[in-house]
Ligand binder design. Structure first.
Ligand SMILES: [Zn+2]
Length: 331
């Protein structure tokens, strides 16, 4: 039996969120060796954010005593539609002003001289969850509910990709009952994210005088037993479950993994999604379905981003190239 020497090199991973980011140094098995979480705002634009990511990565390498020559690849997850072939955010999204068409991948590859893979955060999380927690669960549907709402699907170990990088953008699915509700960040009314995202719940609670700046603080408040926060998180779970009933009927997944801030409120959010899902799905599609909170929790994003990098670093083509580079010339 052969197995990979996980300590031969490292990959650097970044999971960028609207209000915070996690950066990690991982071994070649995708296990985080060191990681740090920081608050930041993606609305500041790509250049300062990427400078920050580079600094944090170099800091992690220094602190772990790992030379930059041992970095074999980079993986980055961003909360928006990404064209993986070019490593760019491809559509305008209000959460990422100024990011569209910015050469994210090329910029980082220049800085570190190694391959970089950029993907949508929910795709990365789905891939990380599949390989680290649910290796036999195909198809796996991963849904992230945090500031926004997004989804990724993994079939037989591979991310299922759409035609234009917009797959899994569940947040802007229209809910008929919310037609006259508050406007979404995209400008439309009735989007799922306008009534069930962490951003939407935080806004409702702020209007009631609570100090909840973001998605994470909504969940923290619900976990203290706050009646209104609990009710809102549960209500969001029911609405998300409604939309996911369609996704489950379409895909017949083996596992639905829920991630992002709201999934931390398992008893309120995850159980509400489950409840609605089983009410609205045909027994045939739901019988073998397991609905779980992400086993990776807040690490799903970086573990997934590391996995993206590893798929590239350890691909047959990349290994062939590396071997060809080492081969001694024939005398
Ligand atoms: Zn919208």
């Amino acid at each position: 039996m052969l197995s990979l020497d996980g300590s031969h090199g490292v990959v650097l991973a970044a999971d960028l969120n609207v209000t915070h980011a996690t950066v990690a140094l991982c071994d070649l098995a995708g296990r985080p060796l060191a990681e740090t979480v920081h608050e930041l705002r993606l609305t500041d634009g790509p250049e300062p954010l990427l400078r920050w990511v580079e600094q944090r990565w170099r800091h992690l390498l220094d602190a772990a005593g790992v030379g930059a020559d041992r970095v074999l690849g980079l993986g980055v997850g961003v909360p928006g539609p990404v064209d993986v072939a070019t490593g760019r955010v491809v559509h305008h999204t209000p959460a990422l002003p100024g990011w569209r068409d910015f050469p994210l991948r090329d910029h980082l590859e220049r800085q570190f001289g190694v391959v970089c893979v950029v993907d949508n955060d929910a795709n990365a999380m789905a891939l990380g969850e599949y390989h680290a927690e649910q290796p036999a669960a195909s198809p796996l549907l991963f849904v992230k509910v945090a500031t926004g709402i997004g989804a990724g699907v993994v079939v037989d170990g591979h991310v299922l990709r759409g035609a234009d990088g917009a797959e899994g953008d569940l947040g802007h699915v229209r809910i008929a009952s919310a037609e006259h509700g508050p406007p979404c960040v995209c400008g439309a009314r009735g989007c799922l994210a306008a009534s069930a995202s962490g951003r939407a719940l935080a806004r409702v609670l702020r209007e009631q005088g609570e100090d909840v700046p973001d998605s994470r603080s909504v969940v923290e408040l619900a976990l203290t037993g706050h009646a209104e926060a609990t009710r809102l998180v549960r209500e969001a779970g029911l609405v998300v479950g409604d939309v996911l009933a369609t996704a489950v009927s379409l895909l017949n997944p083996r596992v639905l993994a829920l991630g992002g801030d709201l999934a931390l409120a398992q008893d309120h959010f995850v159980s509400a999604v489950c409840e609605r899902l089983y009410q609205r799905t045909q027994p045939q599609a739901a019988r073998g379905l397991r609905v779980v909170a992400s086993g990776l929790g807040h690490r799903a994003g970086v573990v997934g981003a590391a996995r993206l990098a590893l798929e590239e670093v350890l691909s047959a083509e990349a290994v062939d190239r590396a071997l060809a580079g080492r081969r001694q010339p024939v005398p």
